[in-house]
Design a protein around this ligand. Sequence first.
Ligand SMILES: NC(=O)C1=CN([C@@H]2O[C@H](COP(=O)(O)OP(=O)(O)OC[C@H]3O[C@@H](n4cnc5c(N)ncnc54)[C@H](O)[C@@H]3O)[C@@H](O)[C@H]2O)C=CC1
Length: 436
Amino acid sequence: MTEDYHSLLARREAMRLRDRLLAPAPRAGATTSPSGRATGSAAGQAGAWDGAADQELIVRNLDLVTPFGEVITLLYEAMFERHPYLRKLFPDSMEFQRTHLEHAFRYTIENLHRSEQLAAFFTRLGRDHRKLGVRPVHYQVFEDALTEALRRYAGERWRDDVEQAWLRMLRFVVAAMVNGADGALAEPASWGCTVTRHERRRPDLAVLRVRTFEPYPYRPGQYATLQSPLLPHAWRPYSLARASAPDGELEFHIRRTGPGGLSDALVTRTGVGDSLRLGPVKGTMTLDEDPTREVLIVAGGTGWAPARALLEELAVRRRPGTGAYVFVGARTADDLYDAPALARLENRCPWLRVVPVTEGPGGSEDGSVVEAVARYGDWTDCTAYVSGPPAMVIAAVYRLTVAGVPADRIHHDPVVGAVAPSPPPLGWHTPDGFPA
Ligand SMILES: NC(=O)C1=CN([C@@H]2O[C@H](COP(=O)(O)OP(=O)(O)OC[C@H]3O[C@@H](n4cnc5c(N)ncnc54)[C@H](O)[C@@H]3O)[C@@H](O)[C@H]2O)C=CC1
């Protein structure tokens, strides 16, 4: 009975929120809605919304609300003070959430003038957030808490026009997320799965196979977030390491990067028969529809996982006459944890050149995998795929860009928590991706 009452309330709140998001509001300027269409109903301030103008206003007044970390502290304080029950939806340590939200603020502000890109990103995020049990009513709670935090932090210097710009930005994002959640109603919010294999290849590294209860569609090169009952609120991204799963088994390569996190739990405290959950698939690091160019893959550590899936797919879809190079970086020769699979691929694929690079002796090349790629030759005509530790991804992308590979031919997953070289490539602050 109580549950019925609460779900009725939640539905009513959702309807109210939707009405508000879609209600016409007078404002002149650009007219892109979160669906990417130029319409008369932009998010939040439907009608017309000038993202570039709001970006200018927000950026000009950024000193009122930075460092964001302090605003975010106030935001969560306000939220949990008013709605204590929400606290249990978050992990004990809020560190990851806070960093994530800070990246989201930065990414959104940096891209306000590119509303279609922004809408596409938050539509995907809305689809993904279904796994967290986020309901439309929570967005209203978030808006109230953000408003309170901004006002409290800026104090007397706060201005109404700046607040309105922040709210229009937030409502645009929320409308995109609600669209994304609605559009994904036909698929599960998350997929249950069971661990079928757990191989400890290194003291800090495991290769896991899992079988989902329902089919899990994905493309080679993509990644998924995993969650374990050992750490109920921690969803972390891992790349899928097989091109396809004819036996229904997905593979993940997991390195324990520190104590207490999900990777630690998956490597050291998880075994065959354990249950995990998978979020919706993500990522755009996939092969072109018609891969006509040479392919360069730069993979470091467990970044080998998506590289392997891409190569397996390339073996099937490659156009005759084109080749591929894969540079696999590892700290030591023993850290080349999937060497037999590498050797098999190399033997089976005469068009593939494999270059292992270790920091110490043991690979074909010694030293930095990025330097090895740069030394090797001219990559300007290839399509590049880069995966691995964020600092390595950034260094490789930077090197390739400087060497003349067009940015739209360098594919990588979003990276979080590393410092970009100066000047940073566009769109560097991504709120959702592979953490350092
Ligand atoms: N799709 C992706 O991009 C994936 C990213 N990862 C990320 O990879 C990381 C785990 O990797 P580990 O196996 O611990 O890697 P690791 O620390 O063993 O390093 C692997 C390779 O990267 C190179 N490297 C590291 N930092 C570098 C830098 N600043 N410049 C140039 N080269 C550098 C190392 O020399 C080594 O060759 C995690 O951060 C994880 O999130 C993991 C899987 C997929």
